[in-house]
Design a protein around this ligand. Structure first.
Ligand code: CMC
Length: 433
């Protein structure tokens, strides 16, 4: 059978251009358009809404069916049966580990949890009230100044060590941001604990008292890490890929990803959503906020609602909602009114013509903030938690790209500026009123 092609006719005169169609293992076909260069035309697709920027084998999303697969495994199964380290191994390596592989991987992550002692001094350069994401961008980028032995991106061993270092050190760096903000001493990692237990220990433990990790909190946070671990070519992952395509080192690339994640349209939405729910306060005030969200002249949007890809319920949000309910029941009754407001907001929005027509459903950030809050995590750390989890996704994509044929990421543009013109000296410039 001939390979399928699409014919593109220019001006109805010339011979049509035949563009190959590539079929994925699952999902939509892709038209290969490099040949269009010959015709001196570009594709115009603001926000890359319909552009496949790379080939990838890591994560698959079906937005119409609300489906998310990591390396083929449904997110629901991983959230129920796996743990974050196992899921990380899967994302990085393509297969679930056997017991030996799991042990080796988790040992390797454990031995890299500590950060260079000199890095502790970095924190003193930041204001105590700095947003932790601003510190994350700086400190993670600075890892490249400390770990010169894992900067050769062409060496697979260097790449592997850099990946393990990043996954291992993110919780340490994140917990240090929090300790710095509240003026408590930094806690060294305790490597006998699980990945997530260790993070809770560094966050909430102090050198003066014994800290026992709460297994319910540990499990709930670990699940949040799994849900946020990867999401194919989202804004921050694409940022990491573009930065990586220049040959930049992995620490610099992940720092770029953290910066992109921070925005409220992306990872910053979890913090913004909780602030919104607090501002709404009680269910009787919901209609006022719904009205604002629908008003074209108001920039307010319902945070934690809508998604570029999901036009159905975000499968992560479904799991998050159940988790949130369990956690609140198990140990934080004081957050129940906030949860009730969220449930009522979802109900009202889902019955509203505007949200129905635009297929706007709750996304992962809608219920994650309430859960994190119930676990005692400060609001400013919500996006940092997202960054810890997404690091494995970012580094898996970076690794996948660097291991193959790297093409510099360099989009074109539709130029609508001035045509070429001559320079005019300042005394001859007329001032336009
Ligand atoms: N509240 C009110 N209206 C909305 C919302 C919302 N949350 N989201 C989208 N719309 C409207 C939007 O105004 C637009 O209307 P119109 O067609 O009349 O101009 C239409 O829906 C399509 O929106 P868009 O901005 O063109 O769609 P997008 O795919 O570019 O945006 C989004 C996706 C996530 C940026 C957007 O839904 C949004 O801003 N949501 C709130 C922020 C949020 O929760 N972000 C977290 C995303 S999930 C976590 C992650 O993976 O990062």
């Amino acid at each position: 059978m001939n390979n399928p092609k699409v014919k593109l006719i220019f001006n109805g005169k010339e011979e049509p251009l035949e563009l190959p169609i590539i079929s994925p293992t699952i999902g939509n076909d892709v038209i290969q358009i490099e040949q269009l260069q010959e015709k001196k035309v570009y594709m115009y697709d603001p926000g890359f809404v319909n552009t496949a920027s790379c080939e990838s084998q890591i994560t698959y999303i079906n937005g119409k069916q609300g489906k998310l697969l990591y390396r083929g495994y449904p997110i629901e199964q991983l959230a129920e049966k796996s743990d974050f380290l196992e899921t990380s191994y899967l994302l990085l390596n393509g297969e679930l580990p056997d017991q030996d592989q799991y042990e080796q991987f988790s040992r390797s992550i454990r031995i890299h949890t500590i950060v260079h002692e000199q890095m502790r001094q970095f924190y003193n350069g930041f204001r105590r009230d700095a947003h932790p994401m601003s510190i994350m961008v700086g400190v993670v980028g600075a890892l490249s100044a400390f770990y010169h032995d894992s900067l050769d991106i062409n060496d697979p061993t260097h790449r592997k060590i850099a990946a393990h270092r990043l996954i291992a050190k993110m919780p340490t760096i994140a917990a240090m941001c929090y300790k710095y903000a509240i003026g408590q001493p930094f806690m060294y990692p305790e490597n006998s604990l699980s990945y997530t237990g260790n993070f809770l220990h560094m966050l909430f433990g102090t050198p003066s008292e014994d800290y026992q990790v709460n297994p319910i909190a540990e499990k709930a946070l670990d699940r949040i890490f799994i849900l946020h671990a990867d999401h194919e070519q989202n804004a921050s992952t694409s940022t990491v890929r573009i930065a990586g395509s220049t040959g930049a080192n992995p620490f610099a690339c992940i720092s770029a990803g953290i910066a992109a994640l921070w925005g409220p349209a992306h990872g910053g939405a979890n913090e913004a959503c909780l602030k919104m729910l607090r501002e709404i306060g009680t269910p009787d005030r919901i209609p006022k906020f719904i009205k604002r969200a629908k008003d074209k002249n108001d920039s307010f949007r319902l945070m934690g609602f809508g998604h570029r890809i999901y036009k159905e319920y975000d499968p992560r949000a479904k799991i998050m909602k159940e988790s949130c309910h369990d956690i609140l029941e198990q140990f934080n009754a004081s957050d129940i009114p906030l949860f009730q407001t969220a449930l009522e907001l979802e109900k009202i929005a889902r019955e509203d013509e505007y949200f129905i027509e635009k297929n706007l459903y709750p996304n992962v950030d809608f219920y994650s903030g309430i859960t994190l809050n119930a676990l005692g995590i400060p609001t400013q750390l919500f996006t940092v938690i997202f960054a810890i989890a997404r690091t494995v996704g970012w580094i898996s994509h970076w690794h996948e790209m660097i291991s193959g044929k790297v093409k510099l990421g360099r989009p074109r543009q539709l130029y609508t500026g001035k045509k070429e013109r001559d320079y005019v000296s300042s005394n001859n410039r007329s001032i336009k009123k």
